[in-house]
Design a binder for this molecule. Sequence first.
Ligand SMILES: Nc1ncnc2c1ncn2[C@@H]1O[C@H](COP(=O)(O)OP(=O)(O)OP(=O)(O)O)[C@@H](O)[C@H]1O
Ligand SMILES: [Mg+2]
Length: 338
Amino acid sequence: MTKVLLEVDSLTVRLGHADSAATLVEELSFSVAAGEILCIVGESGCGKTVTARSVIGLNRNEPGFHTSGKIMFDGRNLLTLDEPSMRRIRGARMSMIFQDPMSSLNPLHRIGTQIEESLAIHGDLGRRERRERTVELLSQVGIPDARARIDDYPHQFSGGMRQRAMIALALAGNPDLLIADEPTTALDVTTQKQILTLLERLRNDYGMAVIFITHDLGVVAEIADRVMVMYAGKCVESGTVREVFHAPQHPYTAGLLASIPALNRPKLPRLQSIRGAPPVLSEGRPEGCAFQPRCAHAFDACSTEPPMTSTGELDHLDRCWLLPAQKRHLANAMEVNA
Ligand SMILES: Nc1ncnc2c1ncn2[C@@H]1O[C@H](COP(=O)(O)OP(=O)(O)OP(=O)(O)O)[C@@H](O)[C@H]1O
Ligand SMILES: [Mg+2]
């Protein structure tokens, strides 16, 4: 059996003080095996970044954030580690690519110097080897003429190149787990493809596990082993990409799939978007299922009781009150089995 690298158990993240605190992530459980690519998807504001920042221990440094549950990484609960221990894990064992490249690149330091510093902290290469490795990393992520650009400052790089430099920085410590938060959204299609290929190669060659956060279900179909769909801070469905894409068990997942052109089947007359918008979590969580106000299949129970997790095939989980036969109909209605 493949080794479980990360096991998140009932992660709950609240922001604010006592009674007025908003629950941004609630009772979230998922795991990532060594060498596995897990994609997290869901509309804007559903808690993907909060989840990622909690796993790598960044929210804990921000005032007002309260995190509970367990984040087991390689046998240790990260939520109980002190900051110096967490700092030893960050960068070396797990690293993160942020939505905004400038949140991890220092504008005052040369790109190469920042990567070389990370190599110095996390490895035992000599000065000259670090420089060579930096050139190699920058080339790997697709920086043209990396040797000539290594001493540039971040502002001398284009947005896409900064994104790639940040990926090189995240890979410098040879992490066991890479958390990539929308790493390719700002990139053109060709570069995006190069980055996805690079991540897959690192997984295949070194067994690096990846949590890949994206809005793009086409990317999920291409690289993920498993997918977790989040809505309003909760996991509403998870399973292998095949299971989830071919037989979605939750109307939200079916809605996301139906609104994606690349995955849409020709039989559908037009793209269908999900009506309405997700709840604003700072204003409190709706009773029952948070998706209920937008759901075409909702019935009485949905507005009173939060759905329990139910299991379909193997580890295909969902949180929806519909009966199994109704869930099968979701897939048929989308023509995904055609
Ligand atoms: N530092 C913060 N202060 C206040 N609210 C926050 C903070 N960070 C996140 N939130 C709130 O938590 C919720 C989840 O945010 P999060 O950034 O995780 O969403 P997301 O799924 O990553 O969305 P996107 O796809 O737009 O990146 C949102 O309602 C957001 O406004
Ligand atoms: Mg985000």
